[in-house]
Design a protein around this ligand. Sequence first.
Ligand code: ADP
Length: 271
Amino acid sequence: MAVQETPVSRRLKSVRHIIIVCSGKGGVGKSSVSVQLALSLHASSPTARVGILDVDLTGPSVPRMLGLDGHGVHQSSDGWVPVYADARADGEPRLACMSVGFLLKKKGDSVVWRGPKKNAMIRQFLSDVRWGELDYLVVDTPPGTSDEHLSLIEHLAPVQSRLSAVIVTTPQAVALLDAMKCLSFTRAVALPVLGLIENMSGYVCPCCGEISNVFSTGGGAEMARREGVPFLGSMPIDTDLVTLLDAAESTDQGATDGQQDEVSEVRSFGV
Ligand code: ADP
């Protein structure tokens, strides 16, 4: 049966892979992993084009982690222009970012929306943002399996063959239990799982480099083996990572001016 074209599938027709990053619990490092995944894919080749979409609508942290706090989204005749994390005078930018954080009037403003409004915002992110040609679009989602996940799956159905998920967990039993719920969700919606990442797996002593298992370790690998999904690796607690991600400074470069047609700042967005 032919897949029906939609505004989302038209907009994403030049996006090769869409990777949805999810976790059962908040605070396990899902946004940190999303950002590091996007940066690694960006660094994987001098021509790799990567997008990162933050649909953690009530707790957007991707702009801060990429040093893009304070940027606004601009409207062109062809849709919203993402903010580029690697905008430079020389060369085409290759790391595009979109987040509700760019639409808030003030840093610290909160988004208090019911499901239908969240759904409309996510549809707009997928259909109205000028993503252009991308090798990878990494999607950071809220913790758990919520309205946002269902909206994503619904709107991305026409491009389902290009979708996959990465599940992030920490080693504690409670986190693993919630990661299991996340895995059940991916199965229920037929979303292929690229693999599981165990974050905060041990603590690296900044003085001697020795690893201590603060929350135990190995539960993620064990769960992946039991459930037949790939284990992508573990990341220790690293105090440098906190410093780098939490203190990322805004480069304040604005959207890539060269790429805008007639631009006007989008602050009042009609969803
Ligand atoms: P989530 O998206 O799951 O809510 P975040 O990615 O926002 O979690 O991470 C929560 C906090 O933990 C952030 O301050 C982040 O810098 C920190 N963090 C995440 N992973 C690590 C790690 N491996 N080592 C040290 N700090 C980490």
